[in-house]
Design a protein around this ligand. Sequence first.
Ligand code: FAD
Length: 499
Amino acid sequence: MADYDLAVIGGGINGAGIARDAAGRGLRVLIVEQSDLASGTSSASTKLIHGGLRYLEHGAFKLVREALIEREVLLKLAPHIIAPLRFVLPPNPGMRSSFILRVGLFIYDHLGGRKILPATKTLDLTHHEVGVPLKRRYRFGFQYSDCAVDDARLVVLNAIGAAERGAVIRTRTRCVRAERTDTWRLVLNERGHRDVVTARVLVNAAGPWVGEVSETVVRTPGPSPIRLVKGSHIVVKKLFDHDNAYIFQNSDRRIVFAIPYQRDFTLIGTTDQDFKGDPASVGPSTEEINYLCDVSNEYFRKSITPLDVVWAYAGVRSLYDDGAAKPEDATRDYHFTLDQPEREAPLLTVYGGKITTYRRLAEDAMAKLAHFFAASAPWTAHAPLPGGDIILGDIEALIAQSRRKWPFLPEPMIRRLARAYGTRIEQVIGHVHSFEELGVCFGADLTAAEVRYLMANEWAQDVDDVLWRRSKLGLRFSPQERDALANFMADASKNKAAE
Ligand code: FAD
């Protein structure tokens, strides 16, 4: 008998989502991730759970409708890491007309799925706080709803959900060879140590590496046409004080978001550029950083330059190549191929997709494999993600309750922990009676207790896992604080290995 029913290559949102869904249907599941969970595209997104207003222009009504419906499904499943966000869209002369924008937003509001989120409004920007940071020429704007998500934590929560249903999650483990008979024989490399596992079905969810895995690991006949498109973001000290985001049009017809981020910052992105090369080495170019600063300066009174950028990141989408002329026009819909030669084990390959539609993608993946595994019903639409079982989804009530329980902890720390861990905040903090009992504080409000929790429960192995994917405290850490954390984690790993 094979070791696993289903093995997934790739610990991004799609791999983790498929693994959780499959494990919940009683299958024996393995994820192998060559680096850290969410180390690929799934931590480099714009961090929106959205229908994608822009895709209406391409007539992608089905995609937008499905994503709009999924927006509120996910909001209910993970109200700690997903939050409603209002977007302000100021019309700009010479770009899409107010009439077109109004029609687009009407469709966006009514296409389906909007039950909780408020509808679009027109705002007088000369008398509204969201108009204050903008240049005077923007006198009115539309305000509509979408949601923000902690993308990397969404991946980790899916991995936890999968593991709690029996899945095995192996990070820092690269699948270097997949040999097919009536089962798969996978050769894995975990930090130089090789081992072999077997699985009945293989899923290639390697995101931008999907083509490389097809060609060099699985060695199947050419994958579907793929288009790699790179997008970059910059983070600057906050440009405004309220909690709305902005969506700006640029003269090249692209749109750029400016989103309140991590309390003290503004996240600005994204660009769209065709990409060639190794997705692991992707980074924002000087040209892209300048572009994002220029668009920001077109709208905000406060001007920024590349010197104001405190953090920048880039990610690569692997899109199914539908032949669109421009990268921003290529379809964002997902696409599967199921390769199942007679008497040989099946291979499911995943292309494209959005963070927003990962749960639906996982359900569809399981439906594609339905003839192979005993029938099982979809279950994820009503099962909260770990920590998401918050009464009525009221995160503010959870924060208030946590403040009463741990009155000696600073309010911003409680807020951050409640948002990151939801109802599992208790497992992170435990039964302490003072801040000091949480152990050494490395910087910001990251304590030894939280780091130990992340290492024991969330596969955090090195400093970037903690500072950039399980949290975004990297924005607040000095190099010395980072070194101290790295030493602590190295010692903790050594002690664990010696046990
Ligand atoms: P990835 O997250 O890249 O995961 C693939 C994983 O496979 C990687 O972690 C990699 O290390 C691993 N891997 C590769 N080869 C191997 C191997 N041989 N062995 C083991 N592991 C391997 N979507 C939204 O809904 N909202 C947004 O706001 C949004 N913004 C975006 C902005 C940008 C700039 C980009 C690029 C995308 C955005 N998206 C957004 C889309 C979304 O981010 C992606 O669709 C999604 O993250 C893809 O996830 P994935 O799991 O397919 O790929």
